[in-house]
Write a protein that binds this ligand. Sequence first.
Ligand SMILES: O=C(O)CCC(=O)C(=O)O
Length: 281
Amino acid sequence: MDGAFKPGDLPISDADVAEYDEAGVACVRGAISMDWVEKLRPAADWAQRNPGPYDTDLTTDGGEFYGGQYLWRRRGEFREFIFESPIAAVAARLMGTGRVQLFYDFLLTKEPGGANKTPWHQDRLYYPLAGDGADNICSTWIALDPVTIRSGAVEYVAGSHRWGKYYVPESFNFDDRFSGHDGIEKLPDIDGHREDYDIRSWDLEPGDLVAHHVMGVHGAPENAADIRRRGLAIRWIGGEATFDPRPETQPVLREAVGEGPSPQTPGAVLSGDAYPVFDFR
Ligand SMILES: O=C(O)CCC(=O)C(=O)O
């Protein structure tokens, strides 16, 4: 589809683009209007109350940590947001490309209370993807609430997208489901050596977003504040990705929302209405 938004329409500077490139993470203030935020909030709460078959309860210790995926297939507001808001153009501009492909959306709601940390992790090996596009995915995490480090703002290790390593995925439930990845390195102990890393995090207002690179290492503290922390992360592919299901990779869209088996055969380029392309060229 042709993207309706052009780079010049966006509140993104060349410095933001350079920061995303160099640090693998960048914050864009006011990227999304409050009209969209107010439209998405009740839809986010509906999704949490009516979980789909592949949504995940990420709660480990009291409170609630809800993970909702593929919401754009279940609820019109998310679909409209993806197709009618500037979000695809924001991702394309930060990635320095004229074409992005939607991979999936992921709502991460951390309710106050409990001790639900997000482990430090790298996203790459959760995904059943291969090809240059698999190593060039941008995630746009949009704040639906005011977010502070106390309410669970995500932290990012700047520059880690250039470490040139794939790391074993970490289970958000802190179980050992990914322990079978022989020969793939585990992440270093970031929390034990925080002073050795350039850790970045931003207090966010609703409508601000943080974009991070698929190879970048990130994690988040628990929500120790008295307000909710809703973040809508949308993943954008910036190249050609092929379907590469491996043990423990997350399910792809058609299976995930009960639309039947995936039409994607291993090795095939991701395509079709489940993975729409946005072309701004
Ligand atoms: O929202 C969080 O706590 C974690 C977000 C995250 O890991 C991601 O968007 O990849």
